[in-house]
Design a protein around this ligand. Structure first.
Ligand SMILES: [Mg+2]
Length: 331
């Protein structure tokens, strides 16, 4: 498989249909082969790891890489927006764990030509976001090469008194809710999104959340991962999925037969939260609407494994998870 010039937010079922799920396979291999460590309470494969060195709150840590040509096109966007995104994707993963962000370290691999100016612009986008969430930009590393820009951010957070929110806690009967609206992120949101940090902290404090994940690769793909980790399945009520107006706009722009709903289900980089919680708690949450953005019930967790869709007439059929996966050549 060759590498396609397609960004994560742009990925659609049509363009990714033949892609092997190598990223998930590799994570599964790592989970088997990396030795367990006594300090680690949440092993790899969740949105972040959780470490304990004493009696204080656990340290929640994760790393993410964004690359010119994969996650953004530097020729088309200001570097400051890339800087914002590089930190924001990390804060989104901390939000998925309902952890409080504390610090980040930043590794830059700069193109040799114009790299210094580029670095300043990246930080111009990163610093306001760090200040907004009281995150210490505590250090990093700078390299240069003949390739395109690569930015890697390691974010460090702290679990709250409720502990980390994991992917593995979903139970049959839970309602599935999402924050905000989904799809069409390619049109702007994938660069300028606000990580749902405060939303996650508030919801984790007020409601008995069971499981959570952020939508980085597509609703159905990320929900499938949550279900896999929890050993259960889910039914999505298609009519309930909150579709962002951008999803319809993006479908019209592509004119490839895809619908707004297709994009809401499978576009990457929405960076909204998918949460599960007991039905009574979820009903209270949906009635309360405690956030500035909507929280919508989109379905429920079921015992039978797999991903299912329920149409407006109540008919349930299998739903193939779709979204963005990094390509790796088969050996
Ligand atoms: Mg994530």
């Amino acid at each position: 498989m060759g590498s396609m010039p397609i960004t994560r937010a742009q990925a659609t079922s049509a363009s990714r249909g033949t892609i092997e799920p190598m990223e998930d396979e590799l994570v599964a291999w790592l989970r088997q082969h990396l030795p367990a460590h006594r300090d680690q309470s949440v092993p790899i494969g969740d949105d972040a790891a959780v470490l304990h060195w004493g009696t204080g709150p656990g340290c929640v840590v994760m790393v993410d890489v964004v690359m010119d040509g994969v996650d953004f096109e530097l020729a088309e966007v200001a570097a400051s927006r890339v800087g914002h995104k590089a930190l924001a994707v990390n804060l989104s993963d901390l939000a998925a764990m309902a952890a409080r962000p504390r610090a980040a370290v930043v590794a830059l691999v700069l193109p040799r030509h114009g790299g210094a100016e580029l670095a300043r612009e990246l930080y111009a986008g990163m610093i306001p976001l760090a200040e907004r969430y009281d995150v210490a930009l505590a250090g990093g590393d700078i390299n240069s090469w003949d390739g395109r820009l690569v930015v890697s951010v390691t974010a460090i957070g702290q679990e709250t008194a409720r502990g980390p929110l994991r992917r593995s806690g979903a139970r049959p009967g839970d309602w599935i809710v999402v924050t905000g609206s989904l799809g069409g992120s390619r049109l702007a949101k994938h660069l300028d999104f606000e990580p749902r940090v405060n939303e996650a902290l508030l919801l984790h404090e007020r409601y008995a959340l069971h499981a959570g994940i952020d939508i980085s690769d597509g609703l159905t793909l990320d929900l499938a991962r949550l279900c896999e980790a929890s050993g259960c399945g889910s039914v999505i009520d298609l009519a309930s999925v909150p579709i962002d107006p951008a999803a319809g706009q993006w479908a019209r722009q592509l004119a490839d037969g895809s619908t707004a709903l297709d994009h809401a289900l499978s576009d990457g980089e929405d960076f909204e939260l998918v949460l599960t919680l007991p039905a009574d708690e979820a009903a209270r949450l949906v009635a309360d609407q405690p956030l500035e953005i909507p929280v919508t019930r989109i379905g429920e967790i079921v015992a039978e494994r797999g991903l299912w869709q329920r149409d407006a007439t109540g008919i349930v059929t299998p739903l193939v998870p779709r979204g963005f996966q990094h390509e790796l050549d088969k050996p």
